[in-house]
Design a protein around this ligand. Structure first.
Ligand code: DLZ
Length: 158
């Protein structure tokens, strides 16, 4: 998807481009499922709030965050998909190869976005503890799944 010029008539009063025909892929890691399912719930709710149709949202589960990159590629390579959101949670204190996983996912997701010229959003929590993850998955620091969805919507609005 190359960026297209949008006239002001395509924006609503809230400065948001119409999302009703946009298609989103969401890749969700099964590791730390309690967290990633909350992130998914937040992302889904937010997309619906911005006018995305439920039938235009496609979920793909992968075993761990390391697999988010390939899951993102499977979705991004589909012509009809406009944006992909990757959701995962890697907890530093519990994962000896934390840095390897986080680096691989960050680079992998970046590369998929550049390869397919589509927004591929990094919605991966990288906290030190499970409590910090809970705080960011619907707890006192909000829900980073919401933020990932808003980022996708904003990127399609440019
Ligand atoms: C192996 C592993 C470990 C120890 N910890 C996590 C984690 O905290 N979060 C996560 O998403 N995935 C973890 N994984 C799984 C890896 O992402 C990956 O699925 C395996 O290394 C197999 O490629």
């Amino acid at each position: 998807m190359a960026t297209s010029l949008k006239s002001l008539s395509e924006y609503s009063e809230n400065n948001i481009v119409d999302m009703s025909n946009k298609k989103f892929g969401i890749v969700v890691s099964e590791w730390n499922d309690e967290i990633t399912s909350a992130l998914f719930g937040g992302a889904l709710e937010t997309l619906l709030k911005y006018g995305v149709k439920k039938e235009n949202i496609f979920k793909k589960e992968v075993p761990g965050s390391f697999e988010l990159t390939l899951g993102a590629q499977w979705l991004a390579e589909l012509e009809e998909i406009d944006a992909v959101i990757c959701l995962g949670c890697v907890i530093q204190g519990e994962t000896r190869h934390f840095d390897f996983i986080c680096d691989a996912v960050a680079h992998g997701i970046t590369n998929v976005g550049l390869k397919y010229n589509k927004p591929v959003i990094f919605g991966v929590l990288t906290p030190d503890t499970m409590q910090q993850a809970l705080d960011r998955a619907g707890g006192k620091h909000g829900n980073k799944g919401d933020e990932a969805a808003i980022t996708a919507v904003k990127m399609l609005g440019f």
